[in-house]
Design a protein around this ligand. Structure first.
Ligand code: GDG
Length: 724
C-alpha cells in the first residue's frame, strides 16, 4: 500500500517523561490526509538528544509503533550548526529580506549538507517507489535532489512556508546555486503566493540560466512543477474549541477583566520579521494622541523563539525596553497600556483572546503567510472585530477586506489603528464575514489535499516523454530496415550539440564526430548537416566526413568530396542587408553583451550573453522595429534561441530539403531540429518524412526527443550493425 511520507525538521511530538503529540499547524493540517487506503508516516528530528544507543533504539521503536513517527537522531553540535546556524541564522534572514542578519560559516553549511543527506538517506530507507514524499521548509532545501539521486522514480513534493525573496536578495546567499538545484530535485514545489513563485523562477533563470514557464521548469529531462498553495488553518480545531466549557469560561473572565477597554491583540513568535518594534512605535504615537482618554489595552503574546541566535536575544531586550518605556510613560494606577506576555498560552486562552479582541494588529515586515490573521477571523463568531494586517504578509493576498497597512509607514499604521477602533459595526461585519467564510472553507485540510493531489498527478507527462525516444527509435528502425535510400537532414546547434555561451565554443565533440562519420559510412544513407551556421564553421568541423553541408538555413551547399560551396538557389535578392545592419547596430550598446553577426544570406542579433530579461525585452522591441521597416522586403524576421535573425524569405531549410528530395529518390527522409527554422522542414507534407523536434515545445514535427543527449543515443542506433 502506497504511503504518504511527511518530512519536516521536527517531528510533531514532544518527548519528555511521556511522549505527547504536539498540536502544531502542520500536524492538524495533515490530520485528515491519511485514509484507509493511504497510510501516513512522518520523518523528522524528535527534538531530543539521546544519551545512549539503547535509549535511542527504544525511543525510535515507540515513536514508530505508537505515533508513525520515524526519528532522525541529531547531536547537539549538529542542531547548533545545521538548525540554529545555517537554517535560522543564514537562510531565515535571507528568505525574509534581512540580508544584514545573514551569518555564514562553512561549518554551518557542511553540517546543513550532512544533515540534509542524513534525511534523504533515511527517507529512502523507509520509502517505496510508489510512495509520495512531501518535504517541508527551508531546513531541508537539499533533500529533494539528494533523495532523487537515491530513488529516481519516487514522487517528491516540497512546500516552502516562508517567502521566496527577490533574486537581488536571494543571490546574497552563499551556496545559492546548490540550494536551487536541491529544490529542483522535486516534482512539485509549492509556495504561498504567486510572488514567491515568480521570484523562484527568476533566481533559476539568473543563477542557473534555466528558463521556465509559470507552471513548470524543465530540468534534467524532468519537469519540476511549480504551484501556489496558500496554507489555511485547521478551522475545525478552532471551531471545536469555541464550543468547549473551558473556552467559554476564559472568554467570560477576559471580557470582565477588560470590560472598560478596547482590546488590540498581537500574537507571534518574537522574531525580527514580525515588525514588533515598529508596531510599538505606532502604538506609542497612538497613545500620545489619545493621552487624555486612555481606554485601549494592547496585548502582545510573544512566543519565545531561537534564543540561541544573536539577533533574537537583542530583539527581545529591545522590545522589553520599549514596552517598559511606553508603560512607564502612559500607565496610571488602573491602567497599563501594553501587556507583553513572553510565553506560549493554552489554546483556550488564545481563542478567548481572539474572540474578545476588538482589533487584531498583525504587522509583520514580511511573513510567508501568517496563520494568526486567519485564526483571529475564525474565532470571530459574532462577526465583530477588525483585522489590521500588514500588506507584506502572504495572507494579505487572500484577506483583501482587512485594513491593510504598510508596517514601515508608522504614521499610517497609527492612523489606521485609530480608524479600526472607530469603525462602525456594519462596516466591521461587512469586511469580516466574507473573510471568515474564506478562512473556514479554504482550511488546512483543503490545502494539504490540493497539494497532494497535484503531486500525485505530477509525473504523468514525464513518463510519456521519457519513453518517447525509445518508441521513436523502434518505429524509425523498422522503416529504415525496409528502405534502400535514406536521407538524414540534421540540424547542428541544440540538436546534435548542446548550446554554449558563445557559438564558437560549441564545437562538435568526439562522440558527435564518431556518430556522424559512422552514419555517413553506411551505404544506404546520405547525411546532410543543415544549419544556420556559416560555411566556414561547418567546413572546419565536418569536411572529410563524407557528409553534405548546408549552411545558413539552406543558402549554400558543400557536397561530399567537393571543395566548392554552391548556392542552392542562385536568384536570391540580398539588397536589404545594409538597412538591417543599420537597425541592429542601434541595439548593440544596450543591453550590454549583445552582438551582430553578418552571414551571406542573413544578419543575426545575439543576446545570449546579455541580461536575460532585458535581452528578451529588447528583442521584442527590435522585432517590432524590424517588422515595421521591412514590410516590403523579401525577408523573414524570426526569433530563435537568444537571437533575432533577418534572413531571405527565398531561403529556408524546407526549400533546401525539397530541393534534394526532387533530385533524389529517397525512400525515407529523417529531418531533425530544435528551433523555429527547422519547422519549415517539419511542415513538408510527404509520407516519407520522419520529422523529429529536439525539445518539448510545440512543433509541426511528428515526434519529439527531449534533448541532444537522447537524440545522439537515437542516431547511434542507426549506426549499429546488429540493427540491420
Ligand atoms: C511559518 C511562516 C507561515 C502562537 N502563539 C501561541 C500559539 N501560536 C500559534 C498560532 C499560529 C502559529 O503559532 C504561528 O504561525 P504563523 O503563521 O503566524 O508564523 P510562523 O511560526 O512564523 O510560521 C509563516 C507558517 O509557517 C505556515 O506556513 O504562515 O509565514 O513564518 O498557528 O496560533 N498557539 C498557542 N499558544 C500560543 O501562545 N496554542
Amino acid at each position: 500500500m502506497a504511503k504518504i511520507i511527511i518530512v519536516s525538521n521536527r517531528l510533531p511530538v514532544t518527548v519528555g517523561n511521556v511522549i505527547k503529540k504536539s498540536p502544531g499547524g502542520l500536524v492538524s493540517a495533515l490530520s485528515g490526509v491519511s485514509t484507509n487506503n493511504t497510510k501516513m508516516i512522518w520523518i523528522g528530528w524528535a527534538g531530543t538528544f539521546s544519551s545512549n544507543a539503547d535509549n535511542s533504539a527504544k525511543l525510535k521503536e515507540t515513536l514508530i509503533k505508537d505515533f508513525d513517527c520515524y526519528p532522525v537522531f541529531l547531536s547537539k553540535k549538529e542542531i547548533s550548526d545545521y538548525y540554529h546556524g545555517f537554517s535560522n541564522a543564514c537562510l531565515w534572514p535571507a528568505l525574509h529580506y534581512f540580508s544584514q542578519h545573514i551569518h555564514y560559516s562553512s561549518m554551518f553549511w557542511d553540517s546543513y549538507v550532512n544533515i540534509n543527506r542524513k534525511f534523504a538517506e533515511y527517507i529512502a530507507a523507509n520509502a517505496a517507489d510508489d510512495d509520495l514524499v512531501w518535504i517541508h521548509d527551508y531546513h531541508l532545501f537539499l533533500v529533494p535532489q539528494m533523495l532523487r539521486k537515491i530513488k529516481p522514480n519516487i514522487k517528491i513534493g516540497f512546500f516552502l512556508h516562508t517567502p521566496f525573496p527577490s533574486f537581488e536578495v536571494f543571490r546574497c546567499l552563499p551556496h545559492r546555486e546548490e540550494i536551487l538545484k536541491g529544490l529542483l530535485g522535486s516534482d512539485l514545489v509549492g509556495f504561498h503566493t504567486y510572488g514567491y513563485l515568480r521570484h523562484f523562477r527568476r533566481s533559476c533563470l539568473r543563477l542557473l540560466n534555466i528558463e521556465s514557464d509559470i507552471a513548470q521548469i524543465l530540468v534534467d529531462k524532468r519537469f519540476c512543477k511549480l504551484g501556489v498553495f496558500p496554507i489555511g488553518i485547521n478551522s475545525d480545531q478552532f471551531l471545536k474549541e469555541l464550543g468547549t466549557k473551558r473556552f467559554i469560561k476564559r472568554r467570560n473572565e477576559l471580557k470582565k477583566a477588560y470590560a472598560n477597554y478596547k482590546v488590540v491583540l498581537s500574537v507571534e513568535r518574537v522574531d525580527y520579521t514580525k515588525g514588533i518594534l515598529r508596531r510599538l512605535e505606532a502604538i506609542e504615537k497612538f497613545l500620545f494622541h489619545h493621552k487624555h482618554k486612555l481606554d485601549v489595552a494592547f496585548i502582545f503574546i510573544g512566543i519565545p523563539t531561537r534564543g540561541e541566535v544573536k539577533e533574537y536575544k537583542e530583539l527581545l531586550g529591545q522590545i522589553q525596553k520599549k514596552v517598559g518605556e511606553i508603560n512607564s510613560q502612559y500607565s496610571n494606577i488602573e491602567y497599563t497600556p501594553i501587556h507583553f506576555i513572553h510565553k506560549t498560552i493554552p489554546l483556550s486562552d488564545l481563542c478567548a483572546l481572539y474572540s474578545i479582541a476588538d482589533v487584531a494588529m498583525i504587522t509583520p515586515l514580511i511573513d510567508g503567510m501568517n496563520l494568526v490573521a486567519k485564526e483571529y477571523l475564525a474565532c470571530k463568531i459574532d462577526s465583530t472585530g477588525v483585522l489590521l494586517l500588514s500588506e507584506f504578509a502572504g495572507a494579505a493576498h487572500e484577506l483583501i477586506s482587512a485594513v491593510l497597512v504598510n508596517p514601515y509607514d508608522i504614521d499610517n499604521v497609527t492612523k489606521n489603528l485609530e480608524n479600526a477602533l472607530l469603525m462602525d459595526e456594519a462596516e466591521k461585519s461587512q469586511r469580516l464575514i466574507p473573510m471568515r467564510s474564506h478562512v473556514i472553507r479554504y482550511n488546512a485540510n483543503q490545502w494539504a489535499q490540493t497539494f497532494l493531489k497535484e503531486l500525485k498527478q505530477s509525473r504523468k507527462s514525464i513518463k510519456k516523454q521519457n519513453n518517447n525516444a525509445k518508441f521513436i527509435s523502434e518505429k524509425v528502425l523498422s522503416s529504415i530496415k525496409k528502405a534502400k535510400k535514406v536521407a538524414f537532414f540534421i540540424d547542428y546547434d541544440g540538436t546534435l550539440r548542446e548550446f554554449e555561451d558563445t557559438p564558437d565554443k560549441a564545437k562538435p565533440t568526439k562522440e558527435i564526430l564518431q556518430i556522424i562519420s559512422a552514419l555517413a559510412r553506411h551505404a544506404n544513407y546520405e547525411v546532410f548537416i543543415i544549419s544556420g551556421r556559416k560555411e566556414a564553421d561547418l567546413e572546419k568541423w565536418f569536411k572529410g566526413l563524407n557528409v553534405a553541408l548546408i549552411s545558413e538555413h539552406g543558402y549554400s551547399i558543400l557536397l561530399p568530396k567537393s571543395d566548392k560551396w554552391q548556392m542552392i538557389n542562385s536568384h536570391i535578392d540580398l539588397s536589404w542587408k545594409k538597412k538591417v545592419i543599420k537597425i541592429l547596430s542601434q541595439y548593440v550598446s544596450t543591453p550590454q553583451g549583445t552582438s551582430i553577426e553578418e552571414k551571406k544570406s542573413s544578419v543575426v542579433w545575439h543576446y545570449r550573453q546579455a541580461d536575460p530579461e532585458f535581452g528578451k525585452w529588447k528583442s521584442q522591441q527590435l522585432l517590432g522595429n524590424l517588422l515595421e521597416i521591412l514590410t516590403n522586403e523579401n525577408v523573414v524576421v524570426s526569433q530563435g534561441n537568444h537571437i533575432v535573425e533577418v534572413s531571405s524569405s527565398q531561403i529556408n531549410k524546407g526549400f533546401a530539403v525539397r530541393h534534394f528530395m526532387q533530385k533524389n529518390n529517397y525512400d525515407l527522409i529523417v529531418c531533425a531540429g530544435d528551433d523555429k527554422t527547422d519547422e519549415t522542414m517539419f511542415q513538408i507534407n510527404d509520407a516519407r518524412i520522419v520529422s523529429i523536434k529536439i525539445g518539448l515545445d510545440e512543433t509541426f514535427a511528428r515526434y519529439k526527443i527531449a534533448d541532444p543527449i537522447l537524440f545522439r543515443e537515437f542516431l547511434l542506433k542507426f549506426t549499429k550493425k546488429e540493427n540491420f
